[in-house]
Write a protein that binds this ligand. Structure first.
Ligand code: NCD
Length: 370
């Protein structure tokens, strides 16, 4: 049984397969309409969502299956103090597959450790959002005809934007990718992605805060919303919330075949005047999200043949009860009975990372008294 927590849980070959299954679903939808007859998807959303939850539900209905779940933490037993582990154990008695969104980083991972059925991370705090990444990759592949040799600009809240983190992690595996990081100083990409992924894999990247200057070289511009709900300091949010607004005049020097993407929801970072520009792809992303979630459900339920190899994960050493995660947005900060576990991989230069949220500990592996 497999779950999906981050994009690296799928190999490049498996992603290629998901993309071709999605393309086939788009062409031949009738072929798929009964494939999940008798199967149930549970959507456990502890945080607001329109696209992700409804596209999962639409995906399961279009496969002939059924859907159950909740769309707010306060309508579940979480409001009575139930742990994520107990919720997962319970729901896996009712459903064949579960999609979970949670404000705390690592919560879907905890669910996956306690479930008998596959868990899909539908967004965990500011950490990961792998199914948005799949929607983004399908969109890029359909728009550009390739996933390599692209200059991709990410603009806005690169600190808390989980879709940005997951998409960069996924794109770093393709050849010829250049990344342009466009954000105010306060909202720069976290080091676990910048150093841990871009530096380590020698991916060329640059950082700036000027969208207009960056636009001319881009093949893809990935705009994001400033994630107000994740700011500890609301004044800082007020100060930064209108930092970037993409208007038609800013596109004057953009490439003619630029693809403008956005995971949505948009607040005001893309003017509606751009919606009819042939370069706007964000509503295509929404559609593609449903198709690739159909392909993913089929894959995780083992309902389509796959020749693709699984990803090769590097060796990990687990460190139990020696370190404490200091990330206030980690699931361990709220569910204190969870075992504190850190991992060290052979690629990570002795850095210990929380297995739930991946934030690094202040201590290196060599500094722990084992
Ligand atoms: C994104 C998310 O939830 O991270 N939305 C989505 O799932 N398409 C982006 C956002 O909320 O800004």
């Amino acid at each position: 049984m497999r779950s999906l927590m981050d994009p690296l849980d799928l190999s490049v070959e498996e992603i290629d397969e998901l993309i071709s299954t999605s393309n086939d679903i788009i062409e031949n939808s009738a072929k798929y309409s009964e494939m999940c007859r008798g199967k149930k998807l549970a959507t456990l959303f502890f945080e607001p969502s329109t696209r992700t939850r409804l596209s999962f539900e639409a995906a399961m209905y279009e496969l002939g299956g059924n859907v159950l779940g909740f769309s707010a933490a306060n309508s579940s037993s979480a409001a009575k103090g139930e742990s994520v582990a107990d919720t997962a154990k319970t729901v896996s008695c009712y459903a064949d597959i579960i999609a979970m969104r949670h404000p705390l980083e690592g919560a879907p991972y905890v669910a996956s450790l306690n479930s008998d059925v596959p868990i899909i991370n539908a967004g965990d705090g500011g950490h990961n959002h792998p199914t948005q990444t799949l929607a983004d990759l399908l969109t890029i592949s359909r728009e550009k005809g390739r996933l390599n040799n692209l200059t991709v600009g990410f603009c806005g809240d690169l600190k808390y934007g989980r879709t940005v983190h997951s998409l960069i992690i996924a794109l770093a595996r393709y050849a010829g990718i250049k990344i342009v990081l466009i954000s105010p100083d306060e909202l720069k990409l976290p080091n676990y992605v910048k150093i841990g992924v871009l530096d380590r894999q020698n991916i060329p990247y640059s950082e700036c805060d000027d969208l207009e200057k960056a636009i001319p070289e881009l093949d893809i511009l990935y705009m994001t919303r400033i994630q107000g709900e994740r700011f500890a300091d609301k004044d800082e949010y007020e100060r930064l919330k209108d930092f970037y607004i993409l208007t038609p005049d800013k596109l004057t020097y953009a490439k003619d075949n630029l693809s403008i993407m956005h995971p949505l929801p948009r607040v005001n970072e893309i003017s509606v005047a751009i919606d009819n520009d042939k370069r706007a792809c964000y509503f295509k992303q929404v559609k593609n999200g449903k198709y690739i979630r159909m392909a993913l459900i089929l894959k995780l339920l083992g309902m389509c043949k796959s020749d693709a190899p699984k990803p090769q994960k590097s060796e990990e050493i687990l460190i139990k009860d020696k370190l404490v995660c200091k990330n206030p947005r980690c699931i361990t900060s709220c569910e204190q009975e969870l075992e504190q576990v850190f991992k060290v991989t052979d690629l990570d230069a002795g850095i210990c990372r929380c297995i739930y949220c991946e934030k690094k500990s202040e201590k290196l592996y060599s500094e722990i008294n084992l």
